[in-house]
Design a protein around this ligand. Structure first.
Ligand code: UD1
Ligand code: MG
Length: 473
């Protein structure tokens, strides 16, 4: 199953659940950076991978680890971020004076909170709940370190802060611009993620100064200050793949590829068949059951659940939809938000379903739009049927009963109800309800004009000949 990592209910997220260290854990998400290298009008953390914003990935993982409350530090003019992360609190860092300064902005929002504070970055979306759990486990026991830093050994340590480890554990973090030649050779780097005893954090953070190469208030100085105050600090080792930060569109695309690879493998490992996995695109929350078959070139937007044994043929675009057991969708079908495809139902080529329920065994096989509707069990919708659900002002509902049969090229003008077992003749425009078992056919009927066709062809031929004769003269 390519499965959501945010399966817990929001209600469950309200209770403080001490896990790992046995201590309640709050989080501060740093997201004040605009991300100039993204060359975007939108804040960096609003860019999406696998259908979910970068900050959305971070919040989903924190939710899985039952970390709460969560405070997000945003920059000025980042209303959209505040909206996207609600109901989590946001605080504004009006001037970008460094990571230490950014964390301090969240102090007020966490007043009264006792426990540990996990500091994470909004642009580092792939850190797993298991990694956070390992950090929290390092804070368990009688005399835990006051600060746990997530370190890693990147292939290229480049501009990362270096972790200076001594006999008593982590001694300090030195930013590369302030590091000595020897310190620059340290391979163990600071991921930026740390877990700090709240009491220690708020006591020492105001002591951080900006006397350094960048003139910024470095959060990393907290470690040296803690050591001076006789606290111990520790490092938990992380994996470079998880710590991929996103700073440019190219890195965003790399992140997408990485996550798609993971989700494709997860779907296969959980018992789905993907004819050509590299052409199937999942969203972070896509749920795919067992023995599901997915053809080539299928795109899943957010909010899709596919039940066991469903078949999705090639070239489908599916978002906000649920597909029940043994349903068959596609090829070339589009399921939009609110589409509920019932068990054994069929949705065929060039069919669009939006905010509509197809009940058990219903068939909508060709060239059709079904929006704001119910299609009853075993009903059959003929090719080219349209539910006319929008009059330019309001959306209206179409209700199609069990075993109803809708003829090809019909327009069902909503609001309208087609009774159980009713038949709508091909090409009908249905504006009035059709009772159960009735036949709906438009007035006027059909007129056959005997021998019309040869007369028509002869007339057209003569007209053509006259035209070309005129051109020659
Ligand atoms: C930081 C660390 C460095 C670490 C690296 C890992 C410090 C001083 N340095 O450096 O040791 O190796 O991350 O990627 O912490 N932010 C704010 N407000 C600010 C400054 C930053 O919200 O005033 C946010 C940014 O949006 C970003 C994060 O904090 O999400 C890190 O900031 P960034 O400027 O990238 O720090 P680095 O210099 O990379
Ligand atoms: Mg950085």
């Amino acid at each position: 199953m390519a499965k959501s990592n945010s399966s817990k209910t929001p209600a469950a997220a309200k209770k403080a659940a001490p896990v790992g260290s046995g201590r309640p854990t709050a989080a501060i998400v740093l997201a004040a950076g605009q991300g100039t290298r993204m060359k975007s009008r939108h804040p960096k953390v609003m860019h999406k991978v696998a259908g979910r914003t970068l900050v959305g990935h971070v919040l989903a993982t924190l939710k899985d680890e039952a970390v709460r409350p969560v405070v997000v530090v945003i920059g000025p003019d980042m209303g959209p971020v505040a909206k996207a992360v609600a109901p989590h609190k946001t605080v504004e860092q009006t001037e970008r004076l460094g990571t230490g300064h950014a964390v301090l902005q969240a102090h007020g929002a966490l007043r009264g909170f006792e426990g540990d504070v996990l500091i994470v970055y909004g642009d580092t979306p792939f850190v797993t709940a298991a990694t956070y759990a390992r950090m929290r486990a390092a804070r368990a026991g009688k005399k835990p370190p006051a600060i746990v830093v997530l370190g890693f050994e990147p292939k290229d340590p480049g501009g990362y802060g270096r972790l200076v480890v001594g006999k008593k554990g982590l001694e300090r973090i030195v930013e590369v611009k302030d590091a000595s030649h020897k310190e620059r050779k340290i391979r163990l780097c600071n991921s930026g993620i740390m877990l700090v005893d709240a009491a220690v954090l708020w006591r020492l953070l105001p002591k951080v100064t900006n006397k350094n190469a960048k003139g910024e208030f470095y959060l990393t100085d907290l470690v040296g200050l803690a050591r001076k105050a006789k606290f111990t600090c520790a490092v938990v080792n992380g994996d470079e793949d998880e710590l991929l930060g996103i700073n440019s569109r190219a890195e965003l695309a790399e992140a997408e590829a990485l996550l798609q690879g993971r989700m494709r493998r997860a779907a296969l490992e959980n018992g789905a068949t993907l004819t050509d996995p590299s052409t199937v695109y999942f969203s972070a929350d896509t749920v795919v059951g067992q023995d599901v078959e997915i053809g080539p070139f299928v795109v899943f937007g957010p909010g899709v659940v596919v039940a066991d044994e469903a078949v999705i043929k090639g070239f489908c675009h599916i978002e906000g939809a649920s597909i029940a057991r043994r349903a068959v969708v596609g090829p070339h079908a589009r399921l939009r938000p609110g589409a509920e495809i019932g068990p054994d139902a069929h949705v065929g080529n060039f069919v669009e379903i939006k905010n509509a329920v197809l009940e058990q065994g219903a068939k909508v096989n060709h060239l059709t739009y079904v929006g704001d509707a119910r299609v009853g069990p075993a009903a059959n919708i003929g090719a080219g049927t349209i539910t006319a659900n929008y009059d330019g002002f309001n959306k209206s509902f179409t209700d199609i009963g069990a075993k109803a049969s809708i003829g090809s090229n019909s327009v069902l003008v909503a609001p309208v109800k087609i009774g159980d077992g009713a038949i709508v003749a091909a090409g009908a425009v249905v504006r009035k309800d059709v009772p159960a078992d009735a036949l709906a056919v438009n007035e006027g009927g059909q007129k056959n004009l005997a021998g019309f066709a040869p007369r028509y062809r002869a007339k057209k031929k003569a007209e053509k000949a006259a035209r070309s004769a005129r051109r020659k003269t």
